[in-house]
Design a binder for this molecule. Structure first.
Ligand SMILES: Cc1cc2nc3c(=O)[nH]c(=O)nc-3n(C[C@H](O)[C@H](O)[C@H](O)COP(=O)(O)OP(=O)(O)OC[C@H]3O[C@@H](n4cnc5c(N)ncnc54)[C@H](O)[C@@H]3O)c2cc1C
Length: 647
């Protein structure tokens, strides 16, 4: 176990004292709550993701193992520091002051400044290569960000859209717009938000009613109200650029006639002076989790004219322009999920080693048997192994995506034609909704299992576990609910099975792994099951295609989320078997810095997941083949009608 995890043990018992302080009072400084396992992360980077194959290839920095280790240790230390304000932000949340400004939780301002000073370079890294700074491979970025967002997701959600906004500006803004906004965003002096949701327009953005009336050129008067906006107003930056979805007056109703506007909180006048752009925060929502970051009801044009600048000067193309932003936001969601879930798992492991309760099952009748740590109980081991498998599986699924992103970056840097990037680009697009939905759902499962391992302690606010669960829940809802992700996967990415080029690429890759599998790993049975499940997934997609073409298209949404879950399970099993192969290679050739149990544990973890979780893919495929679909009229279910007070 790595130093980071071990070091945390001594201060494992929770930081927050019950002081009876009122909101607004500054809580006592707290200990770190975040746990990570650097050995696991290094195994993932070097032995599974083969980081050495991409480091040094343009556009990536050339770092050796020592430098990467130093970077990871520095990141882990900073993550621990970030987590000192994690629990207190839950007790002393961001809130609206009487004067209409928003207060951040105690400690956030100082940590934000430190993050900006030390790590802003990470946030401004671009995928588009428009800037010449050599960057880190996405997979290494992924791990560092996992630590930061896992340590304090609330704080890291401030300006969470800034990296995506930079990409958006590079790809879609006019040169003048780039000059006006990019330098400040890059420096972290300003941040960005994404303003899509309105009261009547959540999953269905075609209902957006925020309007844009032309003033002059690209300048429009924006009027409307946006709901839930993350970090829509706060004191950590000098200015905020809101990316607002609105409808230009006279545009058609519907989804495809939305335009994107850059709406600064303070706008620069012709004389260079900044003036209030009349963006108001009418409310900060009270919510279940992520209390350290304000979710705001923003009003544009209520208190006076709010000016917005039409992105790229292009009308009615917001959804096209925003595709890269949405993709980054979805991947970002999965990183929060894995960061929190991984820490929840490691807390559970630590707790299970310390908590003494009960005797071994086979000694339960003995009067002399000693009580044992709960980790000795088979059911606790089952829960820990389940969490371990899902954490490692999910991290690896994100890695499948980030690896393809890196591949595209390498090809771009080498000046390769676009056609060479087609395969990776298709896979990135395919994996994005799966990564968002599967990983966020798994994280919720992991968090609830972590509470169970802790028993009553897991239900108490003293430990961070219940906060992890509350913070994780939003991840299946925002950036498009997980059902919406499955709709995107089945309908848009896979063309309802009719035009599934990406599926073909995926099957080629997984079948190449299956064909090249090492027999000496001793997992032949498991690899055969993986092959069966990959085939079942393909059959399920064919079944969906048939529904779409034989007049039963209304049944497709009934199955689409299950199809996404099947896909996630197959990917996770593939990843875990890859881990097992990498471990077996090390066991054969010399274990390097890893201990044997760490490596044999990889093989056991893969075996567990393949036998415990993967077979549901076959069950789901059979359901899709049989079309055990429900009738689509909601009044056929026997749901009660008007529900009143029970008498
Ligand atoms: C903490 C938090 C932060 C947020 N941050 C932001 C932000 O920064 N910017 C922003 O713009 N928005 C933000 N949102 C809004 C968020 O993206 C929406 O809540 C989300 O897209 C879902 O919309 P909704 O809440 O209106 O749910 P609804 O769309 O009403 O959905 C309710 C349920 O119905 C299902 N459903 C809806 N339509 C369909 C359909 N066609 N078929 C099948 N099922 C369907 C959904 O899957 C869901 O289960 C945030 C929300 C929260 C709670």
């Amino acid at each position: 176990m790595c130093a980071t995890l071990a070091a945390n043990r001594s201060e494992y018992n929770p930081p927050i004292k019950r002081t009876g302080k009122q909101p607004g009072e500054v809580p006592a400084a707290a200990a770190a709550t975040y746990l990570c396992d650097l050995q696991e992360l290094e195994f993932y980077l070097w032995d599974v993701q083969k980081l050495d194959n991409v480091l040094g290839q343009p556009p990536f920095r050339d770092l050796d193992r020592h430098e990467v280790r130093a970077l990871l240790e520095k990141a882990a230390q900073f993550a621990r520091k970030l987590s000192t304000a994690y629990q207190s932000s839950d007790r002393y949340p961001a809130h609206l002051r009487d004067d209409g400004t928003v207060a951040a939780p105690p400690g956030f301002e100082a940590l934000w400044k430190e993050c900006r000073a030390e790590w802003q370079w990470l946030r401004r890294q671009s995928e588009t290569l428009a800037d010449s700074e050599p960057s880190l491979p996405q997979v290494l970025n992924q791990i560092i960000l996992e630590m930061f967002v896992g340590a304090n997701p609330s704080l890291m959600s401030y300006g969470g859209f800034t990296p995506a906004a930079l990409t958006l500006l590079e790809l879609s803004a006019t040169p003048e717009q780039r000059a006006a906004f990019e330098p400040e965003l890059r420096a972290g002096r300003w941040d960005a938000t994404f303003c899509a949701t309105e009261a009547q327009a959540g999953s269905d953005l075609s209902g957006i009613s925020t309007s844009a009336a032309p003033i002059e050129g690209e300048v429009y008067a924006i009027r409307g109200e946006k709901k839930y906006i993350t970090a829509g107003m706060h004191p950590l930056v000098e200015n905020t650029v809101h990316l607002v979805l609105a409808r230009i007056e006279g545009s058609q109703p519907g989804f495809f006639s939305l335009s994107c506007f850059l709406v600064p909180r303070y706008r620069r006048e012709a004389d260079g002076m900044f003036v209030d752009n009349n963006v108001r925060c009418a409310r900060v929502e009270r919510k279940m989790g992520l209390k350290g970051v304000p979710n705001t009801l923003l009003q544009f044009g209520e208190a006076g004219e709010t000016q917005g600048y039409l992105l790229g000067g292009r009308k009615n193309v917001a959804l096209l322009q925003l595709t890269p932003l949405m993709r980054r936001a979805r991947i970002g969601t999965s990183q929060i999920a894995i960061g929190l879930a991984s820490s929840a798992y490691l807390h559970s492991l630590t707790f299970a080693r310390e908590r003494i309760q009960g005797r071994r099952f086979e000694e339960s009748a003995s009067t002399t048997a000693q009580p044992v740590a709960i980790i000795e109980h088979a059911d606790v081991q089952r829960m820990l192994l389940d969490m371990k498998a899902r954490v490692e599986g999910c991290r690896g699924i994100i890695g499948k995506l980030t690896r393809e992103v890196s591949q595209i970056q390498i090809l771009k840097a080498a000046g390769a034609p676009r056609s060479d990037m087609e395969r990776s680009a298709r896979l990135v697009t395919l994996y994005t909704p799966i990564v968002k939905a599967y990983v966020s759902d798994q994280a919720w499962l992991i968090a609830t299992t972590a509470i169970q391992v802790h028993g009553g302690e897991g239900y108490l606010a003293d430990r961070p576990i219940e906060q992890y669960a509350r913070d994780i829940k939003i991840l299946s809802i925002w950036e498009g609910t997980n059902y919406i992700q499955s709709q995107d996967l089945v309908r848009d990415k896979l063309g309802l099975g009719r035009n599934a080029v990406a599926m073909r690429f995926f099957l080629e890759d997984i079948n190449a792994f299956i064909a090249g599998f090492l027999p000496d790993v001793g997992l032949d049975e498991e690899v055969h099951l993986l092959a069966d499940c990959a085939n079942a997934l393909k059959d399920a997609l064919d079944g969906i295609r048939d529904m779409a073409s034989d007049g039963s298209i209304a049944q497709v949404p009934y199955y689409s989320k299950r199809f996404l879950d099947m896909f996630g399970d197959v990917l996770a099993a593939w990843v875990l078997l890859e881990n097992a192969c990498a471990a077996q290679r090390l066991l054969t050739d010399g274990t390097g810095t890893y201990d044997r149990a760490f490596l044999t544990g990889k093989i056991k973890t893969a075996r567990y997941f393949v036998h415990e979780a993967l077979p549901t893919v076959l069950v789901r495929a059979a359901q899709i083949a049989k079309r055990v679909a429900v009738p689509v009229a909601s009044n056929e279910f026997g749901f009660p009608g008007q529900v009143g007070v029970a008498l």
